[in-house]
Design a protein around this ligand. Structure first.
Ligand SMILES: O=C1O[C@H](COP(=O)(O)O)[C@@H](O)[C@H](O)[C@H]1O
Length: 244
């Protein structure tokens, strides 16, 4: 099942996302004592954190945060997906509210070593194929999500949970990414995208399923949600959209 929610502005989008994530977090913590979430980079950390960081009802200390993809750079590098979430969310939380963050190891540009190490971190926590409570994904202007790019052989990876990529068309070239076996085993996946620059790609992804772009190939056991602003939704047919 896929549901698309649109919002009149990016502030309203952040607000809707805050409600949604807070509810998912509370339900997961009530059910099994933790909220396992995989977070993307790009524009997502800012859209996610704007309201969420001030939400007193979210028990961040029970969050287990993994990254949907990460660039093979130091954690304090401007390209680090971890760094962006740290700035937008983690640094704003009190020390007793800090989540557990599972960051990429320090292997320089060695994406293979980083992927093996990150998969082991997932295995140590989940013991079996991860069933994330929520995976939060962005949508690149070419339809990529995580570091799964159109036409790339990694789209066909079926055994690794975390794969290396050394030829990412978007810099930096060396990255690691969750693979479809993990994405498709999630309890819920939420795509978040905003801005007029995403209009054409969003229309293709939601209304031209035959294209089989990376975002369209995400087919989890749980539901898929799209959180988009009106600017990005400008070319969608009305029946594609639901009210939040
Ligand atoms: O490189 C990446 O890009 C995508 C999309 O980013 P956006 O800025 O267009 O939202 C992001 O989801 C991914 O995590 C990141 O590594």
């Amino acid at each position: 099942m896929s549901i698309t929610y649109t919002f009149p502005s990016t502030d309203a989008l952040s607000s809707g996302l805050n409600d949604f994530v807070a509810k998912r977090s509370s339900e997961a913590i009530a059910d099994h004592g933790a909220f396992t979430v995989a977070v993307s980079g790009g524009s997502l950390p800012k859209l996610l954190s704007k309201e969420l960081r001030q939400n007193p009802n979210v028990d961040f200390s029970k969050w287990q945060i993994f990254w949907a993809d990460e660039r093979c750079v130091p954690l304090d590098d401007a390209d680090s997906n971890y760094r962006e979430l740290k700035i937008q969310l983690l640094d704003t939380l009190d020390s007793d509210k800090q989540p557990k963050s599972y960051t990429i190891g320090a292997f320089g540009k060695d994406a293979e070593k980083a992927a093996v190490d990150y998969e082991q971190q997932l295995k140590d926590y989940f013991k079996e194929l991860p069933a994330f409570d929520l995976i939060l994904l962005g949508m690149g202007p070419d339809g990529h999500c995580c570091s799964l790019f159109p036409g790339h052989p990694l789209l066909n990876e079926t055994s690794r949970w975390v794969a290396p990529i050394t030829d990412s068309p978007k810099p930096p070239p060396e990255r690691i990414t969750l693979t479809y076996p993990v994405l498709d085993n999630a309890k819920a996946v939420a795509f978040v995208t905003a801005g007029e620059g995403k209009q054409d790609m969003l229309q293709q992804i939601l209304e031209q399923p035959q294209l089989q772009l990376p975002c369209q190939r995400v087919n989890p056991k749980g539901s898929v949600f799209w959180f988009v602003d009106d600017a990005a939704a400008g070319k969608l047919q009305k029946q594609t959209i639901s009210k939040y």
